[in-house]
Structure formats: C-alpha cells, structure tokens
Write a protein that binds this ligand. Structure first.
Ligand code: URA
Length: 211
C-alpha cells in the first residue's frame, strides 16, 4: 500500500461504510451515517495535534490536565460533496475554521473546473484538512491542494471516504507531502471515472439529486 495512505479500518467505520454503499440507503440515513463516519475519521486526522498541560480545578482538587495547543485547524470542503463530511468534522471540532473550494468535474475530460475559492487567513499556521468523500482520478484533489499551497498552506492532509488506487497514485505523485486518510480503498475507476464498487455519486446520494 502507498506509504502516504492510511485506511481507517475500525469496525464501526467499516459497518457504516457498508450502509453508505448500499443503493437502497435513503438520503436522510446516508447524510446521518456520513456525518457519523466523518466524526470518527476526524479523530484519525487530528491525532497528531499537540497537547500541553494546564492547571485546572476539579470539584476535589487542583490538577494538571492536557489541553490542545499549537496549530489550529482549518477544514476545506470541496463543494458540494465535501459538505457531508464537513458536518461530522465540525461536530468533533466546533471551533475549526472552514474554507470552501467550488469545483466540479467536467464529465468528458474528468478535469476539475473551479468556480469558487474562499478560505480563512493564515493558512500557513494551520493544519489544513481537505475534505472530499471520493478520491477518484485525483484531479480535483490535486488542484485543490495546489490552490491551498499557493495560498500559504504548508501542513495539509486529505480526508475522504473512499479512494481509488488511481487517485491515490496520482495525488501522492503530485503531493508526496500530503497524507491521505480514507475509510475505504476500492478496486478501480470505471470508464467514466466512478469508483468501483464505490457508492455512486456522493453528492447525489447526499442531497437526493439523481435525475
Ligand atoms: N465522485 C463521486 O461522487 N463518485 C465517484 O465514484 C467518483 C467521483
């Protein structure tokens, strides 16, 4: 397996991913379960945050206790499907800053077309987590990371639900410094760039927009 890639194989995540994959999972359940998965994936993606000690008083005595210090977090959601993961991440880290990148895949070329970019300031002093459920060709993820780096980000991670081997290879060739964290590693892309077996179009599954 690619050294940049971490598969979160916790049984609860794997169980919930199966629910997300099933085609008869309804929109409301899909959104809820995605949010739950994101919460647990968020624990993995933030596990290297540094802790200091502070002095607090419990009802019984003063004690030293761990408290987060140092790098702050910014989640950057790739619209629109990234927003499904974002909700669970914000349940876990409500004080995180949030950026949005609007991109869609041209269905013929599979190349990303950018239409929106808004992030908080000082990306250079934050852990910046790019959030997009499906790492398929990797083109969108690569472009998002390029944009964020050119806006100062220097400590990035990429968080997705399901990754294809093609996407992992392309992304880690372009950005060998960015770890990829996923709940599922699938077989391949089909000839229209969908992950197999996958879960279909994550945005459509989340918002019930399939034609
Ligand atoms: N985007 C999706 O939503 N699903 C895929 O399988 C690939 C890209």
């Amino acid at each position: 397996m690619n050294a940049n890639f971490t598969l979160v194989d916790h049984p609860l995540i794997q169980h919930k991913l199966t629910i997300l994959r099933r085609k008869d999972t309804a929109t409301a359940q899909f959104r809820q379960v995605l949010r739950e998965v994101a919460f647990v994936l968020g624990c993995e993606v933030t596990k290297e945050l540094t802790l200091g000690n502070i002095t607090i008083e419990t009802p019984l005595e003063k004690t030293e206790a761990p408290y987060l210090e140092g790098k702050k977090i910014c989640f950057v959601s790739i619209l629109r499907a990234g927003n499904g993961l974002l909700e669970g991440l914000l349940d876990l880290v409500p004080s995180a800053r949030v950026g949005h990148i609007g991109m869609y895949r041209d269905h013929e070329t599979l190349q990303p077309i950018q239409y929106y970019f808004k992030t908080p300031e000082h990306l250079d002093s934050r852990l910046v987590v790019i959030v997009d459920p499906m790492l398929a060709t990797g083109n969108t993820a690569i472009e998002a990371a390029n944009l964020l780096k050119s806006n100062g980000a220097n400590n990035l991670k990429f968080l997705c639900l399901v990754a294809a081997p093609e996407g992992i290879d392309a992304f880690s060739k372009a950005h060998s410094d960015i770890p990829i964290i996923a709940a599922g590693l699938d077989r391949e892309l089909n000839d229209i760039g969908y992950i197999m077996p996958g879960l279909g179009d994550a945005g459509d599954r989340m918002y019930g927009t399939k034609a």
